[in-house]
Design a protein around this ligand. Structure first.
Ligand code: HEM
Ligand code: HEM
Length: 468
């Protein structure tokens, strides 16, 4: 199809904004890491750890994660369907509504308004904004797919559609609240039901935001980066349907050893272990697509980000199921181990894949070569090293913390007080803060490189006309 029919302006705008929110997320992540070792950094009630932490998670998942998915879904859907977006006007409105929603979220969180549910902190008026945002996004993507000019539906489209429908269902159910004032509401569910619905939502947010969309991106951009098709489309479809079927049963692995019925916990545990198969279906598909292409790990910076990304996904989906086993959960639950797990996924898997995709689309859309490949390589090493120090130090911290908490003297009393264990965590907290700075410097290079690429008037590539 005539390439000029593709709407890249909206993709560019979403990329700009998602990067901005990504920088905010990482900056606040670094700040809260330092707050944990230097409590005097908790200045004024608005910038205390308790308020900045949800700002960090929301900016990371919704601003950086979902913002980039908006951009990349708009990019991929047009190319995979060989037609322009169904409604560019709606997409433009979505851009401004997206930023308005993120700003409303940030302001209300800093003012202390919260539903106190993790990843669902936003109070009901902001919740409604999120729903409107998602509905207009979904309509635009689904209508583009329905009116596509390419019969075959590539695997990325399946993952995109699953994410659209999945997030809508999860968010609506967990948003059921009874408002008592403009910024206060109470959940429509009570007791263990409330906890269960919350973690059914919480874990599937991992599935439908931090797994399905990055997989859509991975499946699209790996072949683009290597110039070789994926190993097996059939395997990707089998992995897709089994992943979607299994994820929805696993939420209660966040509630092991709680008053949630035992059989529900066991079901969640069993399905979590079964999830290894479809997760690794995609990991193997990625690795096997590299058959005969492994030399590209040396000289293709995009491939480095993508293959390290899928490797972290593979490790994450082995570690996750092990945490879902009751006995292991009894040991690591509530410890620093869990944020170590989380950040291998967010800083490793999700962000690595996003970095690669954005590095791919920005030069294409601006019709330029990337400003500096050595800088991109340096970015890769900085985020890799930062992420590894972050996760590994927290895993060790978590194991030490768990051992100290479980240590009991001959008379049955605890060997260590809570404070004694906390003090032992300080070196690990320092390591995380330094790791955060290393990661942040990598992100700084990423932004600089893209800025210079977009403004590099000289280096127009042969793809300039195509990208215009
Ligand atoms: C087979 C796949 C996975 C399974 C079975 C799994 C399992 C788990 C379990 C059992 C926990 C709870 C740990 C605890 O609190 O004791 C957890 C936490 C978490 N996981 Fe995974 N995980 C998987 C993959 C992923 C992936 C790919 C990501 C992407 C970033 C991710 C992100 C998270 C997050 C954000 C939390 C923290 C939730 C909280 O706030 O408590 N997980 N996971
Ligand atoms: C330099 C980078 C980063 C630093 C220094 C950082 C730091 C932190 C800190 C200190 C916490 C609180 C941990 C706790 O409660 O004990 C946290 C939590 C979290 N961060 Fe980050 N973060 C970074 C990047 C990211 C990114 C890019 C994302 C998302 C895309 C993200 C998502 C999360 C999530 C989901 C949690 C909640 C974890 C849990 O409840 O276990 N972080 N982060």
């Amino acid at each position: 199809m005539d390439q000029s029919r593709y709407d890249y302006d909206i993709v560019k705008s979403f990329v700009h904004w998602s990067i901005l929110w990504g920088v905010v997320a990482v900056l606040v992540g670094v700040l809260i890491s330092f707050q944990l070792v230097l409590p005097e950094l908790n200045i004024t009630q608005y910038f205390t750890y308790g308020r900045l932490r949800p700002l960090h998670t929301n900016a990371g998942i919704f601003g950086w994660g979902i913002g980039s998915f908006f951009a990349l879904f708009f990019y991929m859907v047009q190319r995979l369907c060989r037609r322009p977006l169904w409604s560019p006007g709606l997409a433009k409105f979505q851009l401004w509504f997206f930023n308005a929603t993120i700003i409303a979220a940030a302001v209300t969180l800093l003012l202390g308004f919260s539903q106190s549910k993790e990843y669902h902190e936003l109070e009901w008026p902001v919740d409604i904004m999120v729903v409107i945002l998602w509905v207009i996004f979904s309509i635009n993507i689904i209508m583009t797919v329905i009116k596509r000019e390419e019969e075959h539906m590539y695997i990325s489209l399946w993952f995109m559609m699953a994410s659209l429908i999945g997030v809508a269902v999860l968010y609506l159910v967990n948003s059921a609240v009874i408002p008592v004032s403009l910024f206060k509401s109470y959940s429509a569910f009570a007791g263990t039901n409330d906890a269960h619905v919350q973690w059914w939502y919480g874990h599937n947010a991992v599935a439908m935001v931090l797994t399905a969309p990055p997989l859509a991106v991975f499946y699209y951009f790996l072949p683009k980066a290597t110039n070789v098709p994926i190993y097996s489309h059939r395997l990707s479809i089998i992995a897709f349907w089994s992943l979607i079927f299994m994820y929805l049963w696993t939420g209660a692995h966040h509630l092991l050893w709680t008053p949630v019925p035992d059989w529900v916990q066991t079901l969640a545990m069993a399905f979590s272990i079964m999830l290894i198969a479809p997760s690794w279906g995609s990991v193997f598909n990625g690795y096997l697509s590299m058959n005969g292409q492994w030399h590209q790990m040396r000289d293709n910076y995009l491939v480095k980000f993508l293959i390290l990304g899928i490797t972290f996904y593979g490790l994450q989906t082995l570690q996750g199921p092990s945490q879902a086993v009751r006995t292991f959960s009894a040991f690591v639950h509530y410890t620093e181990w869990v944020p170590g797990h989380v950040h291998m996924g967010t800083m490793g898997w999700v962000s690595m894949v996003l970095f690669a995709a954005i590095y791919y689309v920005v030069p294409k859309m601006y019709g330029r070569e990337l400003y500096s490949i050595p800088l991109a390589n340096m970015h890769f090493w900085l985020v890799l090293i930062g992420q590894l120090i972050f996760s590994v130090s927290l895993w060790i911290a978590g194991l030490q913390q768990a051992s100290m908490w479980h240590s009991i003297g001959a008379d049955g009393s605890l060997t260590y007080t809570f404070m004694e264990v906390l003090v032992e965590m300080y070196p690990y907290y320092w390591a995380r803060a330094v790791a955060g700075l290393i990661y942040l410097s990598g992100v700084g290079l990423f932004v600089y490189n893209l800025y210079k690429t977009a403004n590099n008037k000289q280096a127009l590539t042969s793809t300039a006309a195509q990208a215009a």
